[in-house]
Design a protein around this ligand. Structure first.
Ligand code: GLP
Length: 628
């Protein structure tokens, strides 16, 4: 396991290794055989390899590649085929001969699949076997498409995709219904024959499955766990993807450690949870029996330690997220002055703001702060076609009723409707369709803001170019993205920034938006307002902070939580598109549950019993990579 500061750093190192391998083999007159993966995880590695080819004259003439898998039923030209993905992401940017590229063929007839899989295996053997296999990992613990149930000795074959895998791919395919049900994948046995293996995982979404893959005994129910038996396998992860490993999460269970204040707090909260006691009722023996005897020796006895941690937790709670004016703020998360504060809330897509901190937004407005909400992207990629059709028809109907002639708005609506009708399932959206979808999301965002009381004039829709020009998993930040955000920050000069996305997969919209904020802040380093500005991180609906990580906890009454949920509810285009999906739970329900859970955790630790809590962590922007 190698834990890196970020995916870029890990990928630069791995790409350099691959380059060295290729050069050594070239010098010895041997070919280099690489096993390649698709998905978001290797995208940065491929960019780096393309750069080495371009700038460092690394040649791929003698490289042979085998991809892990392909969706069954998709032709090479399909926008979501792995063949196409690999060409767009990598092969088109290299000098690799077309004949050296191997991706399983998703179009072979059922009756020929077996033979095609056999010959794929034979081709790998004929090439001399795989020197280095790159892997990602799916949320089900799959490698390639070896879903739970795949045996250690499985070979290249046709498989059925797991429901979770299909759900994870739904966004790429614009709806779960369009996601293929089957795929052809190299087997676990095929993968294990590679001489070296490098598995890449970024972002907290992978944390649980990474921990299970390396810490649980190898099992078919988590095929990635079979990698444990390989002699030369490495896991390359970032800190977020490593966060569920025992050594990262509960280091005191692994060996003796330095008890920093942060780890002490984490350990005490964990202990209270483990023995199901409030913090103030933890006894010396609870500590000793749970691998924390040395903590007791250092900082005990239990009661003093308990009181200290209890007070720390207590001091995270505040009803004044912008600071309480005229109050002693020595033990409060936010400072009292200045009041009111200029607050900037960054929302990667419309709805992230209310999902993550709708209650706090409203509180900030009520307490007199000057709150601006900055929607970084239009969010148009996430609007179903049906919504856009309805909007176009609405305009057409309205103008017909009014007897309006063919004004530009009517022409636009008519054109969008025509394009939507002509669109087949996987076509990307035209500029016009995206524009209409963006307008739909703006309307929803404004309706939601109204509930929170934010002045609509303080809603900024940036429609950042990286998103308008990109597609999922493949976003690239440009100068313009950073400049647009920097200009806004320089104009507003905030005292408080709220942001999210720092722990997400680096190729996601949220993480890309966070990185843009980071670079924008860095580009303004030294401006006076920065010395008096605090940044707080919030989280989306899918994950809450662990209590020990929380530095500001803002509690809400049942009515206030209901109001927040109302705000989220206004993002109609983001609700489930079918009753079946809705049955799995809507995002507004999840957001409410998260906030209730956080409140319950505080209660169990012996703190006050609130209905709901929104939680934040302080963040200090680092100076790394200030370039755009
Ligand atoms: C897909 C691919 C896998 C990949 C996984 C994770 O299912 N078949 O090879 O590892 O997704 O994807 P991502 O890297 O986008 O998280």
């Amino acid at each position: 396991m190698e834990i890196f500061a970020d995916a870029d750093e890990a990928c630069a190192g791995l790409a350099a290794e691959i380059a060295a391998l290729i050069r050594a083999n070239d010098a010895a007159g041997r070919k280099t055989v690489l096993g390649l993966a698709t998905g978001s995880s290797p995208v940065r590695l491929y960019r780096e390899l393309a750069r080495l080819h371009r700038e460092a004259k690394l040649s791929f003439r003698n490289v042979v590649t085998f991809n892990l898998d392909e969706y069954y039923g998709l032709s090479r030209t399909h926008p979501e085929s792995y063949w196409r993905f690999m060409h767009e992401q990598l092969f088109d940017h290299l000098d690799i001969p077309a004949a050296n590229v191997n991706v399983p063929d998703g179009t072979v007839a059922r009756s020929e699949v077996f033979a095609a899989c056999q010959s794929y295996e034979q081709k790998i053997r004929d090439a001399g076997g795989i020197d280095l296999q790159i892997l990602g990992i799916g949320r089900t613990g799959h490698v390639g498409f070896n879903e739970p149930g795949s045996g250690r000795d499985s070979r290249t074959r046709l498989v059925t995709l797991d429901a979770i895998t299909r759900r994870d791919a739904a966004r790429d395919f614009q709806g779960e219904d369009h996601v293929p049900r089957h795929a052809i994948t190299m087997g676990v046995g095929t993968i294990l024959e590679a001489r070296r293996i490098a598995l890449l995982a970024w972002g907290e979404g992978k944390a649980r499955v990474v921990a299970e893959a390396v810490e649980k005994p190898p099992t078919e129910s988590l095929p990635a766990s079979f990698l444990q038996g390989h002699a030369a396998v490495r896991f390359l992860v970032d800190a977020a993807a490593a966060s569920e490993l025992t050594r990262a999460k509960h280091p005191w269970l692994v060996g003796s450690i330095a008890w920093t204040p942060e780890i002490t707090r984490r350990a005490v909260v964990w202990l209270a949870h483990a023995v199901e006691k409030p913090v103030l009722k933890l006894l010396d023996e609870h500590y000793s029996e749970h691998g924390m005897a040395d903590l007791l020796t250092e900082q005990g006895p239990a009661y003093g330690l308990n009181i200290r941690i209890f007070n720390e937790l207590q001091h995270t709670i505040t009803g004044w997220p912008g600071g309480k004016p005229n109050a002693d703020d020595r033990h409060r998360p936010e400072r009292a002055v200045p009041h009111p504060k200029r607050v900037v809330v960054f929302s990667p897509e419309p709805s992230d703001d209310v999902l993550g901190m709708g209650g706090t937004l409203r509180r900030l407005v009520e307490q007199g702060h000057d709150v601006s909400v900055v929607y970084q992207t239009s969010g148009s990629l996430a609007v179903p076609d049906e919504e856009a059709v309805m909007a176009a028809e609405f305009v057409l109907e309205l103008t017909q009723q009014g007897g309006a002639g063919e004004n530009p708005e009517v022409a636009f609506a008519r054109e969008v409707r025509r394009q939507l009708e002509a669109k087949t399932a996987f076509d990307g959206d035209t500029a016009e369709i995206r524009r209409l979808k963006a307008i739909i999301r703006r309307g929803e965002a404004r309706a939601a803001l109204k509930v929170t009381g934010v002045d609509p004039a303080r809603a900024h829709f940036l429609d950042l170019p990286f998103y308008e020009q990109g597609r999922y998993r493949q976003f690239r930040i440009g100068r313009a993205d950073v400049d647009i955000v920097a200009r806004l920050l320089a104009r507003i000069q905030p005292h408080q920034i709220f942001a999210t996305g720092q722990l997400d997969d680096p190729n996601s919209v949220a993480a890309t938006c966070f990185e843009i904020v980071r670079r924008a802040v860095a580009s303004l380093a030294g401006e006076n307002w920065q010395a008096d500005c605090r940044t707080w991180l919030y989280r989306g609906a899918d994950k809450a902070w662990d209590v020990a990580e929380i530095e500001m906890a803002v509690p809400f009454s049942p009515d206030e939580l209901a109001t927040k949920i109302q705000a989220i509810y206004h993002h109609k285009s983001q609700r489930s598109q079918s009753p079946v999906e809705a049955g799995r739970g809507e995002v507004w329900q999840q957001a409410g549950q998260r906030n209730r859970e956080t409140a319950r955790l505080y209660d169990r630790l012996g703190l006050a019993d609130y209905e709901a809590i929104e939680a934040f962590q302080r963040h200090v922007f680092s100076e790394r990579h200030p370039e755009a």
